[in-house]
Design a protein around this ligand. Sequence first.
Ligand code: GLY
Length: 393
Amino acid sequence: MSSPSSADTRTDALFAPAVDAALSTVRRNIPTFDRLYPADTTDGGRYPLRPAHGAFAEGGNYGWTTSFWPGMQWLAYERSGDDAFRTAALAHARDFDRRLRTGEDLDTHDIGFLYTLASVAPWRLLGDEDARQTAIAAADQLMTRFLEPAGIIQAWGDLADPHQRGRTIIDSLMNMPLLMWAYEQTGQERYVDAVRRHTEQLRVHIMRGDDSTFHTFYWDPVTGEPLRGATEQGAHDDSCWARGQAWGIYGFAMAYRFTGDERMLDAAHRCARYFLAHLPADAVPYWDLVYGDDSDAPRDSSAGAIAAAGLFELARVETDADRAQQADADARRLLAALVADCAPEPDTADTLLLHGVYDLPKSNGVDEGNLWGDYFYFEALTRATNPDWTPYW
Ligand code: GLY
């Protein structure tokens, strides 16, 4: 992989054609999937339909990644003004209304990922009242996972599952915006209280002293005592899963936007410093930051895309001009590396970004495109080329 030159990172000339390529891929994928959903990851650069699973038919709306598909359509609509994107994304919004109403596959903190992009986005962009009602109900569903006395939102599984009880994960920071949006809409303090307590628990316990992060952390569900960190998708319990660190950059930057708590801003900078200091020379992260320049470990382009989008958010919320400028430059450097090394040649793939990793320990989606990598790559390109863009989060 090549190193992006600093001249490239300062110019939009690199990013504008990448936005056009993203628009064209999203446009091409709409008739392929119609009202259905792509799988989490590509297979040889092409997204199959989401596999049938339990009671869900092929292409069904289950799992944590389906909203990234309408999320990309909303980005495309904003960029182009083309009603074809709006129509497609609104059809998915109605399907997410149905998923919520019928209670399908909602036992997860990922309701925040799902309903921010599927429902808050159309509310923000179009004032869609059905989407607003659905998003508030989704926030209430997420609140059922808030555990006293630990003060955390349980990440995965049934609340009674002994293996998952009292466990949360760094990715959960990205689910907080749904609660903050519900607070803004309703004025109910319980949403913002949950955000403050959950993010503070993560800041104190999921971050390590060297500014790396655990993927997951357990609290005693009865006493609320912090217990131990462990990984699920990283190399080891003590390593630093690259995507988790990237969720930390973006998630803590937003926690600062929501709470004004300077310690959250500091946490975002700490996550960013560690991430940037553990990149290879070409700035496309290995899937776990334990690997260095001499490694042949797979890269995770999606971690780079999330980190780039998160650094743009950090640049937006940071009030110190020098620090903001540095975060913006770092975001552009990461994004330029993705454009140079991970964007497919035109019309050769239906993913926006090659070379992602879903879950290497489970050999799932290794060196493939994935829906979240595509979404955050498109979001980062949007932020790079339109600094006035209003986040859905
Ligand atoms: N949020 C799940 C993942 O990043 O794999």
